[in-house]
Design a protein. Structure first.
Length: 101
C-alpha cells in the first residue's frame, strides 16, 4: 500500500473556505479518477501556525502503478486548478510514502 500525501500551509483568511472546497469538490474529484482507495484530511498539530494552519490530505493507493498513472495523467491538472483558485494563499508539497506495516 502507498500513501500520496499533500501537505498544505493555508492562510488564516481562507482556511474555512479551503477546507470546505477540499471536502466538497477537490478530494472527490481526485477520488473520481478511480486510482485511490480512500483518503483522510488532517490538520497538523504542534507546528508553527503564525501564518496559518497546516493540513495534510492522504490518498491511499494499492499500487505504485496507480500513483505513476495519477502523476502522469492527472496531477498537473489538479495542481493548476488549486493554484488558480487559491494562488499564494496556499503553499503545498507532495510526498509518496510506502506503508511497511
Amino acid at each position: 500500500m502507498f500513501i500520496y500525501n499533500i501537505t498544505s500551509k493555508v492562510s488564516w483568511q481562507i482556511q474555512d473556505k479551503w477546507v470546505k472546497w477540499m471536502l466538497a469538490e477537490h478530494i472527490s474529484a481526485i477520488l473520481e479518477t478511480g486510482l485511490f482507495q480512500k483518503y483522510q484530511l488532517v490538520r497538523l498539530q504542534d507546528v508553527d501556525d503564525i501564518d496559518g494552519p497546516t493540513f495534510a490530505v492522504q490518498y491511499y493507493l494499492d499500487s505504485k502503478k496507480n500513483y505513476d498513472h495519477y502523476i502522469q495523467q492527472h496531477a498537473a491538472f489538479f495542481r493548476q486548478q488549486a493554484a488558480a483558485k487559491w494562488g499564494e494563499e496556499v503553499i503545498s508539497f507532495q510526498t509518496l510514502m510506502e506503508v511497511i506495516n
